[in-house]
Design a protein around this ligand. Structure first.
Ligand SMILES: *Cc1c(COP(=O)(O)O)cnc(C)c1O
Length: 336
């Protein structure tokens, strides 16, 4: 194996080993096994291919300067995956099976983890209906798979603000739909809005709520935050918003480390345009500062187009914990 860790981006680089376990409908998950990374064999009638019965997760393993390998709150991903399994009529993957599979895949591929600050090993768990079925109903058999890919730092030259476009042409998720879980079917519909935004010179779209088209939901596949003075506001988890691990961590850090007031509630686009700082959060980039939002044809700038001071402080505090560079008073970091 030869990887130039300095050249990594967020593209896919296969690693040596993956994990797979199977479960028949109405039965328990089998223990599963590690195997060489390889293609899958699936029936053309597999439920996941025909009806999208599938979920994914995403988390990272970091290499600390002292050589330890660190996962960030993996039990949160395990819990979110179980909630998603219930929503999509798949047998929930037990927490212990999830955590041991993630650990094993990281250990077996530990030489693919970039050095601290050069990136991370991105871990991608999947659960899907692998069995064949013609009618719309749960698959007779399911697979739980974990693979991994080394990825570079999201912002190569340090944090830089992104430009976003509010879309009135598309919604991401509807109330009482599946926006609150990482259902695979939620993501292909976002590719068209995203490409429209990119063509106009914006990094991503901002989605408004599907009922009133007034409240901010998410930024592409990242959670949204606004700072007004000493108050940090993020949309409440009303069902159509994905419960991000990064989102939850930012809320706790902001309140407990920085003494900010935190509010989970509706944030209208009009209110957000008056914020002091805006950012979005997710595992891939951790925190992305928002420098500009286009709404109804007009660009609005935030923090003078620079990275806001509170956004930067939250980013630095959170990544320092994740990388093992700072004490973790929250007990978030788990050594592999
Ligand atoms: C995964 C995801 C997020 C971010 O969740 P993290 O656990 O922080 O990575 C936010 N929104 C959507 C729609 C997502 O799929």
């Amino acid at each position: 194996m030869s990887i130039d860790f300095g050249e990594l981006t967020f593209s896919f680089t296969p690693t040596r080993t993956m994990f797979i376990a199977r479960c028949e409908l109405g039965d328990e998950w089998q223990p599963g096994e590690l195997q060489p990374f390889q293609n899958l064999e699936l029936s053309p009638a597999a439920c996941v291919l025909n009806y999208g019965q599938g979920l994914f997760e995403g988390l990272k393993a970091y290499r600390a300067d002292d050589g330890r390998i660190l996962l960030f709150r993996p039990a949160m991903n395990a819990a979110r995956l179980r909630a998603g399994c219930r929503r999509l009529s798949m047998p929930p993957v037990p927490e212990e099976l999830f955590l041991s599979a993630v650990r094993d895949v990281v250990s077996e591929n530990s030489d693919y983890i970039p050095p601290n600050n050069d990136g991370a090993l991105y871990i991608r768990p999947l659960v899907f209906g692998s069995g064949a079925i013609l009618g719309v109903a749960p698959a007779p058999e399911f697979a739980f798979l974990v693979y991994a890919s080394p990825v570079g730092p999201y912002f190569k030259g340090g944090l830089s603000p992104i430009r976003l476009l509010v879309t009135r042409d598309f919604h991401r998720a509807a109330p009482k739909g599946t926006g609150g879980v990482k259902a695979i079917g939620n993501y292909a519909p976002g590719m068209l809005p995203s490409s429209h935004a990119k063509r106009k010179g914006y990094a991503e779209v901002v989605y408004l709520d599907a009922v009133e088209e007034r409240y901010i939901e998410e930024v592409g596949a990242a959670n949204f935050f606004a700072i007004f003075g000493d108050t940090l506001v993020t949309p409440a988890l009303s069902g159509s918003i994905l419960s991000g691990v990064t989102r939850d961590s930012v809320l706790q850090l902001a309140a407990e480390r920085f003494g900010l007031k935190v509010e989970e509630r509706d944030v209208s686009i009009d209110e957000a345009l008056g914020a002091d700082e805006l950012f979005c959060s997710g595992t891939a980039a951790v925190i992305s500062p928002i420098g500009c939002i286009n709404y109804e044809g007009q660009d609005h700038q935030f923090s003078g187009g620079e990275v806001g001071p509170r956004t930067r402080a939250l980013y630095e505090a959170l990544t320092a914990i994740q990388h093992g560079d700072a004490p973790d008073e929250f007990g978030w970091v788990v050594e592999v």
